[in-house]
Design a protein around this ligand. Sequence first.
Ligand SMILES: [Zn+2]
Ligand SMILES: [Zn+2]
Length: 387
Amino acid sequence: MTDLAAILPDLVALRRDIHQHPELGFCEHRTAARVAQELRALGLAVHEGIGGTGVVGVLQGRRPNVRAGGTRTVGLRADMDALPITEQTNLAWASRTPGTFHGCGHDGHVAMLLGAARVLAADPDFAGTVHFIFQPAEEGQGGASAMIEDGLFDRFPCDRVYALHNWPSLPAGTIATRPGPIMGAADKFRIVIAGKGGHAAIPQDTPDAILAAAALVQQLNTIVARAVPPSQAAVLSVTEIHGGEAHNVIPAEVTVIGTVRTFDPQVQERIEARIRAMVEGIGTAFEVRGHVQYDRYYPATINDPAAAADALAVAATVAQAELAPEPAATSEDFSFMLQQWPGAYIWLGQGVGERPAPLHNPHYDFNDDVLETGIRLHCALARHWLA
Ligand SMILES: [Zn+2]
Ligand SMILES: [Zn+2]
């Protein structure tokens, strides 16, 4: 048995060491090497270089598995990457890499999952296998899908997958999750309206890409109001328009760029279809050609109802557990893992005294006081599923 209190100082030091040496997505070489070294020291089978810099540690329980249908498996995931932000905390353990910073607390995620590996490896009194998944490049680069495409779940299948994310707006000592959507899908669109360009004083011969774009922006802003059921939430924002260089020239091309956030794949489908139909219609109406590039970079993070219920029940044994009332509109690439296996994404409260800095803020720092709660939760989730 490992006494968690006894190993905590070591884990705090490890967390701060990772914080001092942040690495951007797919460049987590030092972090991944440290993770692999720690897992090996525990006697786990360690697999490196999955999806770039991803690492998986495998721990077998010592109890015989007597279930029908084979061995049970659980995946616990931590992301390892930092952000391209200049840290402004002035902490003793502040980033030593200018312009790179653990502003999303993934340093804490790594430390908690390594702590859980230590505790579970010291007493593997369960039936089945734990896969400790250390993932690269969560911040917009889809490290989770890189690992999946590289055979993560063919090699290490998981009947259940869980991930924790520290959550500064939730008090420390509180854990929250919910069935169904917990984080939004993030899509971006880029629409090019092509006319032919010509003299501003001869409009009868020149399709007006500017006017077409202006009409399109108006129409796009009706989609959420008119095509999404009032019981569903979605956001569509047009954020860029580029076109034109001279006061007396009708430009040949105008580009309209924006983002769509949704929580339901059907709503997402509907919005993309409406955007495409509107661009088609604008093309006909204004005698221009419209081209839509619609990029779904992260799907909505959707918790399996049974896994979320399990997570809440298990969380209640280690901390204050709360049903999260609504999803967050931010996105998360653990969504790709939840498309493969039932599981849940869980928020771990970070708040101390005065409200802590939010995620992605240059003053943010992971709250080491919650390392213990996170480790206990990881361990309890694994022991519960493999009981
Ligand atoms: Zn982040
Ligand atoms: Zn994050």
